[in-house]
Design a protein around this ligand. Sequence first.
Ligand code: ADP
Ligand code: MG
Length: 610
Amino acid sequence: MLHTLKTYFGYESFRPLQEEIIHHILEKKDALVLMPTGGGKSICYQLPALMMEGTTIVVSPLISLMKDQVGALRANGISAGALNSSNNETENASLRRECLQGKIKLLYISPEKLLSEMNFLLKDIRISLFAIDEAHCISQWGHDFRPEYTQMKVLHQEFPQIPIVALTATADKITREDIVKQLALRNPRTFISSFDRPNLSLSVKRGYQQKEKTKTILEFIAQHTNQSGIIYCMSRSKTESVAQMLQKHGIKAAVYHAGLSAAARDEAQDDFINDRVQVVCATIAFGMGIDKSNVRWVIHYNMPKSIENFYQEIGRAGRDGMESDTILFYSLSDIILLSKFANESNQQEMNLEKLHRMQQYAEADICRRRILLNYFGESSERDCGNCDVCKNPPERFDGTVIVQKALSGIARTEEKVGTRLLIDILKGFSNAEVVEKGYDQLKTFGVGRDIPARDWHDYLLQMLQLGYFEIAYNENGHLKITESGRKVLFGQEKAMLVVIKHEDILPKGRKKKEGKVPKAKIVQPSFYGTDNEALFEQLRLLRKKLADQQAVPAYIILSDKVLHLISTIRPTSIEAFGEINGIGEFKKEKYGKEFVGIIKAFIEKQSDLI
Ligand code: ADP
Ligand code: MG
């Protein structure tokens, strides 16, 4: 197994569970595999496919995913193909022929085609294994959009001897049980790997207004030159305005949401995958169809409605295992809007609870990763050291007077104002509405002048979290003081608030250079130390040239991680090139010469200078 892994994929060792899963499949037993995005599910069926006789049939819900996987396999010298509606007749006919001749090790197929070929092609070829990728589609989408996924019970009826492995990154119990039932898996073993993604940094920016978000994003991107990223927004119009803002600042950005034509969405996705745009501004509609391994960062412009959504979306960064950053913007207006949606939804109670857990995450003053892992049923004993709370623990102060000012403002308007008007009153802004309602005559008018409006937003958010007031969604979002709020207002209890930090936006303790290098332990020590930007750039351009020649995305040629290893280790022979983790026999033969050539020239030039 290790030999096959090394030969085809160039990896030195298995990730946790991969080896056990592969053993299990080689014994022709059914399995359900749960691993986070980027956890390495593909190897779990691709390796058995290479080791068993015949063809492995991989069911995949999206054409873009199939294309990506087939591209990656072929780039490793493995014969693979995809049978789906995007091929023309000639392509499908020749692929069929190759299958019948037993030349294809992995055949990717859409669920529709699987069903229509059940009694034809599939009966005529020797099948080694069925792999159902993104198996959660059975339960989440199955009934509404993909009836074919729910009809896959027939697989075991028609092919009783052939094992089935179902794979997904969605871990909840209902989905799991549904998958087993719908596929009629026989005594399946369930493999659940850790959902931890230690290479993703986590940080939350609380109470930022649009201007500050813009500034933060622009500075962040400036520190991540050439690095791909996704900005998730709550609305379609927001995706467009954020993209325009980026374009205005010379950043190549595309828009992706369900309101665009299929052609426009495909184009945005394709441009992103092939590094023709650096950023995609998207709604939750974006993501399932991309396996791009070098997404280096994900920003949430607005808070997502649940931790599941959030985790899946940030999970799209750093699939190659390299350090990647995530930022969540979290503001009062998001909470108000999301609560409104949840209140109006069919499953009100559940949606509110999910939102509440998401809010707790955003408000946390303990290690954020522990909260996430705990949410997914994993306990972790230690703090992660790679989230903003670990790096920069929040400080508290006695904010009783601040809270009293706000609460008395609410009380004196007879609880008839929302947050915006309350801030106007506290700041002493005599605008039309304030004057018309006579609020400029209140005793609280202007008592909060010394605090910037932006900070008032933040403090109000904290007060909401601390339960000092509630928002009446059925009364135009007016604020209502709670029992514990009254205690603070009347001086019976103290209120401890978190100090607002107007820090700069880069996650602390990480300088620009470090972000580009894989963690120290995976970098083999070399005479030269870490990689050199000039050499890296040359290698990157070579990769780009090769990618363009073959019309595949750059990360299919070599991942970012491999490229960094090459520029650090600097192999000067093809053999040494092949030793690098992630380079198999095929890539060694195909690319070794050109890469080694560049490295040699670079070293020569350097020693020339000494
Ligand atoms: P997912 O679980 O999301 O389907 P993939 O199968 O796409 O994840 O794998 C994510 C990345 O991890 C790929 O770049 C893959 O080549 C890499 N990978 C998988 N297994 C290993 C391994 N044993 N050693 C190193 N990298 C691996
Ligand atoms: Mg996958």
